[in-house]
Design a protein around this ligand. Structure first.
Ligand code: AHR
Length: 619
């Protein structure tokens, strides 16, 4: 067949920021990933109320008299635990967990590593990098701590050999109090202190993304109805809030994140803005709307809490763009960036599936932002996925209201992407613009990335409506996966891009100026649909499924289930109304449902297709 391009460009102008990245701290993307800190649980804040088996010494082995302490001698109110060593002791940290290879720190011969610690009392600390067997990987560094007030001490270790199985040890000569024990490669991306792992940051930079959407995702909104623990000045188990993530790192309280592991917030809003600037991308923060999707489905009823979050949104704009004389602009300047970051766009919410509650909150955020900052683009949301009542309901509200832009998400099969290339051809040209904030074809095989590439031509053809698009998720540690497929994979010393990474790189490095009309003549083979009510998305799909059937392109049945006996046919869980847990991709999500529900995730697959099914059947 023949593809004819032209005549001269008459189609939409394609914005340079059309393709970007979506960074979420999922799959150890930040702590243990992009954030270059090598010590796990550096501030002894892991807590048993966050996860079974966690405690202040998680990640550490201690030989000698030492105990985690939480009293009024603490480093500060947000870094509450510290280690009291009452005699000669050796503390050893093995870095971030990596079940297949064992927890370990990667070091490279000749590279330098910056050690730092906060200490009080007089003692001598001897710091060393070594193998699990104790063979030295650096000359020892000696630090004499001097006073009985908290002070920061730093020094440099040089690796004498390469190892992906190193440990960091701190030996104390006697009694001393320690906190915030840290080890960073000296060579971070762009040489920034508290910086980013160079190979991962470079892979993202090589994409040449037009924007960075951050910090989530489900990470953002879940738990946002929890009130701030004012009595303890502590944010445990609450949503991602930008004010928790700025200022000196030792004053950033740690928190268990939505994906089940501890986040230090060491990679926080300042670092996200700085990284976006470093790679020439527009920063695009997502704020919690105090209505949680992602399987939780609750909305805050606390108006004061909502108003505080709205004020936080205004303060964030001042932090990013305000003069150094403003309250929040001053904090940005103190962190090292007096020049404004020039943020233009902000998103409110992520995948809320309580459309009325979300909409009420969104309008309050939007009107407060527009009243003070009329030029800021406020991105609204379309709910959890591209089907069903929530999506339609929220899109209708957004159209009627005239929202600036609406965030859509979908994860689907390669054939879905091939069949839906024309999705945006029929979108209202005068309605809200589309931000495709998350999408992926559900595997990391070549065929998936080809389907994504084909789909992206449809996004580009509709560049007058679709203004931005980002594949998701961006990063995954091979041994700590909560979600796949992913664009870039890594372990503690190596990283590699998937074929989807190559597709994204191709499009981002070659953004066109204008759409050139094309026409196709000759026999074009259209992919045949995979039919059936398949819950290809995830636990968050609330639709009712019955008679699930998946057929191959030739019409033969690949999988079917009629659910006749309610709990048979290989479906293992019947969940009555109430609170229930669904497991997907290695993490468990608890939710409350008002209807009896049958749920099971099953994987069926052959050759290039792997479908993860979820069926929900109301009683
Ligand atoms: O990208 C992974 C997850 O998918 C995001 O956290 C969420 O927004 C979506 O459900």
């Amino acid at each position: 067949y023949t593809i004819t391009a032209g005549p001269q460009p008459t189609g939409a102008t394609i914005p340079k920021s059309m393709y970007g990245v979506f960074f979420e701290d999922i799959n150890y993307a930040a702590d243990g990933g992009l954030y270059a800190e090598l010590v796990r649980n550096r501030s002894f804040e892991f807590n048993g109320t966050d996860a079974a088996g966690w405690n202040g010494l998680t990640g550490w082995t201690v030989a000698g008299p030492a105990a985690v302490t939480n009293d009024d001698q603490r480093l500060n109110e947000r870094n509450r635990n510290y280690l009291t060593v009452s005699g000669a002791a050796t503390l050893t940290n093995a870095g971030f967990p990596s079940p297949s290879t064992g927890s370990a720190i990667a070091v490279k011969k000749g590279d330098r590593y910056v050690f730092s610690v906060w200490a009080r009392a007089q003692a001598t600390l001897t710091i060393e990098m070594h193998t699990a067997d104790g063979a030295a990987l650096s000359a020892p560094l000696t630090i004499a701590t001097r006073t009985d007030t908290w002070s920061k001490y730093t020094g440099t270790l040089t690796a004498t050999a390469t190892s992906d199985a190193a440990r960091l040890s701190v030996k104390t000569s006697g009694a001393v109090k320690l906190d915030e024990i840290s080890l960073f490669p000296r060579d971070t991306y762009k040489g920034r202190a508290n910086g980013l792992r160079k190979d991962l940051a470079q892979k993202v930079a090589d994409l040449k993304p037009g924007f960075v959407r951050f910090p989530g995702g489900c990470l953002v909104n879940t738990g946002s109805m929890y009130a701030y623990d004012a009595a303890n000045n502590y944010p445990r188990a609450r949503s991602y809030q930008w004010k928790d993530t700025v200022g000196p790192v030792e004053t950033r309280a740690t928190n268990k994140n939505f994906w089940g592991y501890n986040q230090t917030y060491g990679l926080g809003y300042y670092e996200y803005f700085q990284f976006s600037e470093d790679i020439g991308a527009m920063p695009l923060p997502v704020l919690p709307a105090l209505v949680t999707g992602c399987g939780q489905n609750r909305a805050t009823v606390d108006e004061a809490l909502l108003q505080r979050h709205i004020q936080d949104a205004l303060d964030l704009i001042e932090y990013a763009n305000g003069p150094v004389t403003s309250t929040w602009g001053k904090l940005r300047a103190q962190s090292g960036h007096p020049k404004p970051f020039g943020m233009t766009t902000i998103a409110v919410g992520n995948e809320e599936n309580l459309p009325n509650e979300y909409w009420a909150n969104f309008l309050k955020f939007e009107s407060a932002i527009k009243a003070k900052y009329p030029d800021i683009t406020v991105v609204s949301n379309s709910g959890p996925d591209d089907t069903g009542a929530t999506f339609d309901n929220l899109w209708a509200k957004n159209r009627e209201h005239g929202s600036d832009m609406v965030d859509e998400h979908y994860y689907n099969s390669p054939s879905w992407f091939l069949q839906n290339n024309a999705r945006y051809d029929s979108y209202d040209r005068n309605g809200p613009k589309v931000f495709l904030g998350e999408y992926a074809s559900l595997d990391n095989k070549l065929f998936n990335s080809l389907a994504e590439a084909a789909y992206m031509t449809g996004l580009e053809r509709n560049a007058d409506v679709v203004k931005m698009a980002s594949y998701a998720p961006l990063l995954a540690h091979v041994d700590n996966v909560q979600w796949k497929p992913d664009m870039i994979w890594f372990d503690n010393d190596e990283s590699w891009g998937s074929t989807s990474y190559q597709v994204q790189k191709l499009f981002m490095n070659n953004v066109g100026d204008r759409v050139v009309p094309t026409s196709v003549s000759g026999a074009v083979v259209q992919p045949k649909p995979i039919t059936g009510a398949i819950g290809l998305s995830t636990w968050r799909t609330a639709a009712v499924y019955d008679d699930v059937k998946v057929t191959r392109p030739d019409g033969t049945v690949l999988y079917s289930d009629d659910f006749t006996d309610g709990n048979a046919d290989g479906w293992t869980a019947v969940q009555p109304r109430g609170t229930w847990t669904v497991t997907n991709g290695g993490y468990a999500q608890t939710t409350t449902d008002t209807e009896d529900t049958m749920v099971k995730a099953a994987t069926i697959g052959e050759s290039d297709y792997d479908y993860t099914l979820k069926a929900t059947k109301t009683a």
